[in-house]
Design a protein around this ligand. Structure first.
Ligand code: NAD
Length: 494
């Protein structure tokens, strides 16, 4: 591992994301030696902070993340924080970019940064265009090093706004310079999907329409909207979870095999996979997508969504989505993909189930115990649990010849899990490396919007019957019916 030289300019340096994710991730990269002496960070936001205050904030962020009391005061933390500079900055003020450029050039010389710059926009997307434009016009973009722009979701609120946003940032940065964060792509168990599919003869050879009956993806949260009602009221679960995280997972599960595990191969296969997802007509959207909004829990202790702080009392925003997707990919055509996500569900868990077909012939059917064989299911646990479960049939152990299902289970131990780098740490590391494998390409983002836009527009035309599920359950009855009508059930049923 080579230490990298780079200047980070973080827009939104006083914000929640910077504090909880960016500063701790940068520190871990520093601890591991990916960042050493040749790096500096400029934090910008409107507040007038001093460098000293900024150092304290960075040190607190490290301490809060590590839960280690002496971590803030360690020599390493002090040394790390000394690389941080604060610049008060209003993103709409051209003069401020001149000041920023002067500081950037000064730090470049001081820390030997070779003109390498990473601009991290940890701010609301409505500022992205303005910032990118000024970075170019005020010549912060260097001509002798690399210049990379990292941006956060949400990337638009439909295809049109996403296009506008993309046009605005593309006026200053090329696609190769843009790193769109989808932090699910930084998760270990999501990155492992490719290894599982393309690193195993047994699994790879069964991963097709001849053997797979259906695929199920669940991103369940147990919490409600918490403090994010302001944002959530403008988004909803379809935009917040399905357009990005769920469709990224769908693309990894349904893409054809890449020739090699490289960013460009993977991107081409993922774009293809998303283009193979059927775009529904409005009628099909209504048949294949279910929306929900949480009510109180069974004990009337938790508030329903419409009574949460900051929500509209007649809110039409969905806190739950379930859908059935159809793919026309050559190897999986006809295999339904059921997806669901929601807040205030029974349990916090992200998991994927690959349900294999019934055996064509059951030779045990006429034996004394008249056994019905359970389907083989391969489950991928993404979080908080990380692991795999494979359901297979074996002899039941009774005198008569019965067959019963058992689980082959692997769960990463807490110690192993603790060693896995956190998503943001991995993604920032990749951005430093110039590796775009785990970032979303514009074509992926655009296609994902095409898939969800028709659902959104169809829903927007009629009032929803909300609230329609009890907090602490797995969503509205219609989400069960979505599978039942296909003679299937959700594998994950806490
Ligand atoms: P935040 O509100 O905590 O921080 C916003 C930052 O922008 C602050 O530093 C604020 O001072 C700065 N800012 C606002 N207006 C400004 C202006 N005119 N000029 C200069 N600075 C200005 O937001 P956040 O939670 O840190 O989120 C930042 C971005 O990351 C958003 O796009 C959000 O959607 C995305 N995001 C956040 C999280 C998270 O966990 N917080 C997760 C995923 C995506």
């Amino acid at each position: 591992k080579m230490a990298q030289s780079a200047l980070f300019i973080i827009f939104g340096g006083t914000g929640d994301l910077a504090y909880r994710k960016l500063y701790p991730s940068l520190f871990r990269l520093y601890e591991k030696g990916y960042l050493k002496d040749d790096f500096a960070v400029i934090g910008t936001a409107r507040r007038p902070w001093t460098d000293e205050h900024y150092h304290e904030v960075v040190m607190n962020a490290i301490a809060d993340d590590g839960h280690e009391s002496d971590r803030t005061n360690s020599e390493l933390a002090h040394k790390f924080a000394s690389h941080f500079y604060y610049q008060s900055h209003n993103v709409n003020d051209t003069e401020h970019y001149v000041a920023l450029r002067n500081l950037a050039d000064k730090l470049d010389a001081k820390y030997n940064l070779k003109g390498n710059r990473i601009y991290y926009l940890a701010m609301a997307p409505r500022f992205f265009g303005t910032i990118a434009g000024h970075l170019k016009s005020e010549k912060l973009i260097t001509d002798h090093g690399y210049n990379r722009l990292i941006i956060e979701k949400p990337f638009g609120r439909d295809l049109q706004t996403a296009k506008d946003l993309n046009d605005a940032i593309s006026a200053a940065f090329s696609e190769e310079q843009i790193y769109r964060i989808d932090h699910y792509l930084g998760k270990e168990a999501i990155q492992s999907i490719a290894a599982l599919r393309f690193g195993n003869e047994v699994i790879g050879s069964l991963w097709n329409k001849a053997h797979i009956d259906n695929i199920q993806i669940t991103l369940a949260e147990s919490l409600g909207v918490e403090e994010r009602a302001g944002y959530y009221e403008t988004a909803g679960a379809l935009r917040d979870m399905v357009q990005n995280h769920i469709l990224q997972i769908v693309s990894l599960l349904t893409m054809e095999e890449p020739k090699a595990y490289t960013a460009s191969e993977l991107r081409d296969r993922k774009v293809e996979a998303l283009r193979n997802i059927k775009i529904y007509s409005p009628e099909e959207a209504l048949q294949n997508f279910v929306r929900g909004q949480y009510g109180e829990d069974a004990d009337h202790e938790q508030l329903d969504y419409r009574h949460e702080e900051g929500t509209d009392e007649n809110s039409q925003i969905e806190t739950f989505v379930a859908g059935k997707l159809e793919t026309e990919s050559p190897s999986l055509a006809g295999v339904p993909i059921y997806v669901r996500t929601g807040k205030r569900l029974a349990q916090k868990s992200t998991q994927i189930s690959i349900v294999f077909k019934d055996l064509k012939q059951n030779i045990f059917a006429n034996s004394e115990s008249d056994t019905k064989l359970a389907q083989n299911v391969l489950t991928l646990f993404i979080e908080p649990d990380q692991g795999y479960r494979f359901d297979i049939n074996v002899k039941s152990g009774e005198q008569s010849y019965g067959v019963m299902p058992i689980h082959l289970d692997y769960h990463k131990s807490a110690a192993k899990k603790a060693k896995v780098p956190e998503a943001y740490e991995k993604l920032i590391h990749d951005a430093l490396d110039g590796n775009r494998t785990n970032f979303a390409h514009w074509h992926e983002v655009a296609q994902a919007w095409r898939i969800v836009d028709v659902v959104r527009k169809t829903w927007d035309k009629q009032d929803a019957d909300f609230p329609n599920y009890v907090s602490g359950t797995m969503g509205p009855e219609a989400a069960e019916e979505l599978l039942r009508r296909d003679h299937r059930t959700w594998v994950y049923n806490p």
